[in-house]
Design a protein around this ligand. Structure first.
Ligand code: BTN
Length: 245
């Protein structure tokens, strides 16, 4: 119970030494009717990232998925993903890491010639257009993982500032996420504060093609506005690349 409290009194917490994927476990729990549950694993054997990529999940990292059933339309789901990125960026900053967010939800640490990835968020959901049935927000943070054990483009709290108490960091993430999502209007201003993408030249690979220009703003629920040679283009999904450091 003490642990559950430290991780936000409103969630049931399920710790596992190992799971294929905390998102997959949270989806199974959703199918059984559960809600307000936090699934945590010390390591994953089949961690998944966005676009069906693998997510390296060695011991030392934070692998967590939050199952919630908010009373919102499915179109609001991106705001939850952005909120998770803000929550991790804030928690990383309080651990002394210079973390910011690349649209939509990558938490990065800027370097001289680019940036390295500290955390990713994978949101899955089910439901009708007018109301989601459940949302699973999966959060992977490279906490106490050596850089050698991570992909070339990644970094960790360990590599940036030294070891961190994972439970305390996760508790901060969960509390901040709960605060932000209690009032979705709070998400975008907080996201803008932490954004690395705004004001930058970007290239976004979207399902509808490549969009290139200056990222000028983000609009609810998480749409990126890109000022292109042909005027503003609004992007709701895609892979964003910052063109200049
Ligand atoms: C990304 O591609 O950036 C998203 C990575 C999300 C990884 C987390 S780790 C916990 C949860 N379980 C998974 O299998 N994936 C997410």
């Amino acid at each position: 119970a003490a642990v559950a409290h430290a991780l936000g009194a409103d969630y049931d917490v399920a710790f596992h030494d190992e799971l294929p994927s905390t998102n997959a476990r949270a989806r199974d729990l959703a199918a059984e009717g559960a809600t307000d549950t936090l699934v945590v694993a010390a390591r994953q054997t089949g961690g998944r990232g966005r676009l069906d990529r693998e997510w390296a999940s060695p011991e030392g990292g934070i692998y967590a998925s939050l199952l919630v059933r908010p009373d919102v339309p499915a179109t609001h789901a991106p705001a939850y993903t952005l909120a998770a990125a803000v929550a991790v960026a804030d928690a990383a900053r309080s651990a002394g890491v210079d973390a910011g967010i690349k649209w939509p939800n990558d938490v990065l640490v800027p370097t001289d010639d680019g940036a390295r990835k500290l955390c990713g968020v994978l949101t899955e959901m089910e439901g009708e257009a007018d109301r989601v049935s459940w949302l699973v927000v999966g959060i992977g943070v490279n906490a106490n993982v050596a850089r050698e054990d991570l992909p070339e483009t990644a970094t960790s709290v360990l590599a940036e500032t030294g070891p961190v108490e994972r439970r305390a960091l996760l508790a901060e993430v969960v509390d901040r996420f709960a605060d932000l999502t209690a009032d979705l209007d709070a998400v975008l201003p907080a996201w803008r504060d932490r954004a690395l993408t705004l004001g930058r030249e970007v290239r976004v690979e979207t399902p509808g093609g490549t969009v290139e220009g200056t990222a000028t703003d983000v609009e609810f629920p998480g749409t990126l506005v890109v000022e292109t040679a042909d005027g503003p283009v609004r992007v709701t999904a895609g892979d964003c690349e910052h063109l200049r450091p």
